[in-house]
Write a protein that binds this ligand. Structure first.
Ligand SMILES: Nc1ccn([C@H]2C[C@H](O)[C@@H](COP(=O)(O)O)O2)c(=O)n1
Ligand SMILES: [Zn+2]
Length: 161
């Protein structure tokens, strides 16, 4: 039995799997988003998930979606993509690929473009109808950032930890 395995993970399964697992660190009760940034030669450079900035307690800042804007999460949460960009300490992300479980918003699109990321692979696009995502796609298109939907393979990855 000296043949190589054939059921190994594809690059897309591997990196989207890492992005999704990163999202499992999120304390957001509604949407757990994960991101994984990869070099052109398929090396993982950084990861992130949505959460409050350092020093802003998960137990004190609000997780609500509705109500007075100062009492909802939206003013305070750092998105997974921005965290992944900011977590990178190695220099340039020029030409990198971003795997993300939810399509980037307009604010993350600006950071993605300015960081030099050239490709986005996303899983869910549940906010496609919102101005934030419409504006995001407009900027990504103008800047020549390619994006495509991850093609789910249906493979179940079980890890006992
Ligand atoms: N591309 C995105 C979009 C959203 N997020 C974060 C921001 C919030 O924590 C959550 C969305 O909450 P919802 O309105 O679905 O309750 O996801 C992100 O990290 N990346
Ligand atoms: Zn965002």
């Amino acid at each position: 039995m000296n043949h190589k395995r054939t059921d190994y993970l594809s690059w897309d399964e591997y990196f989207m799997g890492v992005a999704m697992m990163s999202g499992m660190r999120s304390k957001d009760p509604n949407s757990q988003v994960g991101a994984c940034i990869v070099s052109e030669d398929n090396k993982i450079l950084s990861m992130g998930y949505n959460g409050f900035p350092k020093g802003c307690s998960d137990d004190e800042f609000p997780w609500a979606r509705e109500g007075d804007s100062l009492h909802t999460k939206y003013f305070y949460v750092t998105h997974s993509e921005l965290n992944a960009i900011l977590n990178y300490r190695g220099g340039s992300l020029e030409g990198a690929k971003l795997y993300v479980s939810l399509f980037p918003c307009n604010e993350c699109a600006k950071a993605i473009i300015q960081a030099g990321i050239k490709t986005i692979v996303y899983d869910c696009d549940k906010y496609a109808h919102t101005p934030a995502v419409i504006a995001s796609k407009r900027m990504l298109d103008a800047a020549g950032v390619r994006y495509y939907k991850y093609n789910r393979t249906g493979r179940k990855i079980t890890i006992e930890v």
